[in-house]
Design a protein around this ligand. Structure first.
Ligand SMILES: Nc1ncnc2c1ncn2[C@@H]1O[C@H](COP(=O)(O)OS(=O)(=O)O)[C@@H](OP(=O)(O)O)[C@H]1O
Ligand SMILES: Nc1ncnc2c1ncn2[C@@H]1O[C@H](COP(=O)(O)OP(=O)(O)O)[C@@H](O)[C@H]1O
Length: 203
């Protein structure tokens, strides 16, 4: 990415309608639920099931997904550490806007480095970030090999593949840890709904 320009002369513009007023209309709080974990760990499957449960309760949601974002907003980025950081910086900025808009945002990105997840957290309004570690073991993810990518990574056809030839730094203090080799999808959704209720996001 080219160097950031000096935008220090640009000021923030204040508006009368804020996140609190939008939350009052919607009847629920906004937040980011940040799913992190290896490819095939179950981020998309769990987020998809949770979103359906939330929408059935009348919650306004949006699901940001790594594969999908990389077709548009981040189509110019690959999987080097710098490109992954830029991918997540853009997603973090978008998620922050969506939280301000009053949405309950579900985000499914590998986000392999702790520093990258800290960056995302810093881009979201304070207190509006819950980290969910989908901690399914690598051996299970590789056995599933949903997209055939692990086979390609082992064969050296995909470079810098997370868990095989690139690092994954597990969260040290996630708000919730789910191992989809041990929890059913229904149990995972129940745990997540309980977390959201406990944090006063939904009732
Ligand atoms: N080298 C390499 N490493 C990891 N993953 C790879 C790679 N190349 C392609 N893919 C596919 O891209 C999806 C991960 O994209 P993300 O945007 O979530 O990655 S990151 O957060 O920027 O690290 C990931 O999707 P999920 O399987 O849903 O996690 C893969 O399908
Ligand atoms: N208990 C479970 N919870 C979630 N996914 C599961 C579970 N058991 C098996 N799976 C399967 O694991 C795979 C996870 O893939 P996916 O959700 O695409 O992972 P990711 O988004 O992390 O790459 C899916 O094929 C899903 O059907």
């Amino acid at each position: 990415m080219s160097q950031m320009p000096d935008n220090s002369h640009i000021k923030w513009q204040d508006y009368q309608i804020d996140a609190t007023k939008r939350a009052a209309i919607k009847g629920h709080q906004s937040t980011v639920l940040w799913f992190t974990g290896l490819s095939g760990s179950g981020k998309s499957t769990v987020a998809n099931a949770l979103e359906q449960a939330l929408v059935a309760k009348g919650i306004h949601t949006y699901l940001l997904d790594g594969d999908n974002v990389r077709h548009g907003l981040c189509a110019d980025l690959g999987f080097s550490e710098a490109d992954r950081t830029e991918n997540l910086r853009r997603v973090g900025a978008v998620a922050g806007l969506m939280v301000d808009a009053g949405l309950l945002v579900l985000s499914a990105f590998i986000s392999p480095y702790r520093s990258q997840r800290e960056l995302v957290k810093s881009l979201v309004p304070a207190g509006k970030f819950l980290e969910i570690h989908i901690a399914t073991p690598l051996a299970v993810c590789e056995q599933r090999d949903v997209k055939g990518l692990y086979k390609k990574a082992r064969a050296g056809e995909i470079r810098q593949f997370t868990g095989i030839s690139d690092p994954y730094e597990a969260p040290l203090a996630a708000d919730l840890v789910i191992n989809t080799a041990e929890s059913t999808l229904e149990q995972s959704v129940e745990q997540l709904l309980a977390l959201l209720t406990h944090n006063g996001i939904i009732t």
